[in-house]
Design a protein around this ligand. Sequence first.
Ligand SMILES: Nc1ncnc2c1ncn2[C@@H]1O[C@H](COP(=O)(O)OP(=O)(O)O)[C@@H](O)[C@H]1O
Ligand SMILES: [Mg+2]
Length: 232
Amino acid sequence: MASSPNGGSAEPFIEVTDLHRHFRMGREVVRALNGVSLTVQKGEFLGISGPSGSGKSTLLYLLGGLDRPTSGSIRVQGQEISGLDEDERAEYRREKIGFIFQMFNLMPTLTALENVEFPMFFSTVPPRERQQKSRQLLELVGLGERIDHRPTELSGGQQQRVAIARALVNDPAIILADEPTGNLDSRAGGEVMELLHELNRQGRTVIIVSHDPAVIAQTSRSIHLHDGCIQR
Ligand SMILES: Nc1ncnc2c1ncn2[C@@H]1O[C@H](COP(=O)(O)OP(=O)(O)O)[C@@H](O)[C@H]1O
Ligand SMILES: [Mg+2]
C-alpha cells in the first residue's frame, strides 16, 4: 500500500509501529520499549516526557538509527530503517539526523570550530569549505567569537550551542534532542530552546526528550512514556 510515492493517502513523515526494544540482563529481560506506535508529521515539534527509565532515550536512539529494535517498524519518509545494517544506519544518520545530547558530547581536545567540523572529516568536503561552514554555523548559534575555544573554556550553554551547530552540519531534516537542557541553568536552557524553535521554524522536524514540564509545554504536541508504553 505504501509503495506508491505520490498516489493514495500521504504517508506520515515518521511512522513507528509496535516498536519493541528488549535488553537481556542476565536472566531478566528489560522491556525498555514495549509496543510503541506513533506518527510524526513533517515540521512538528514533538515532546517526549516520562519518568527516568521509561524508555525515552531508547526511543530517540531508535528513531535516530543509533540502535536497532527487537521488533517493530520505523519508517522515515517511506524508508524502513529498523532492518538497516550498521553502514546503512550511518548513512541514514548522515543524511537525515542531527543529534543533541544532555552531556553535549564534544571532543575535549578540539576547539569549537574543530568540533563542528568533525562530522565532515569523513566526507569529501574540502578543508576550506568545512571551516567556512563550521564558522557560519557557530555564528548562527551566537558563538562567532568563540570558535577557537575548547569545551573547558566554554560555559555549559555555550557547549550545548556548539553541539547544536555540529548537529546542523549535514543540514538534517530531523533534530533529535535528548534532555538538551538537563545540564543547563534556566537561562542557558531557554537559549537552547529558542534555537530549537528557530530550527523548527525553518521547517525541521524537532523531537525533544525532557522530564521538565516547562520544556514540554513549549512543544506543539507531546507524548508521555511509562514503562516503555505511550500513556494517553
Ligand atoms: N543498553 C542497555 N542495556 C540494558 N538495559 C538498558 C540499556 N539501555 C536502556 N536500558 C534500560 O531500559 C530502560 C529504559 O531506559 P532509557 O530509554 O534510557 O530510559 P529514559 O531515557 O526514559 O530514562 C531502563 O530500565 C534502562 O535501564
Ligand atoms: Mg534518557
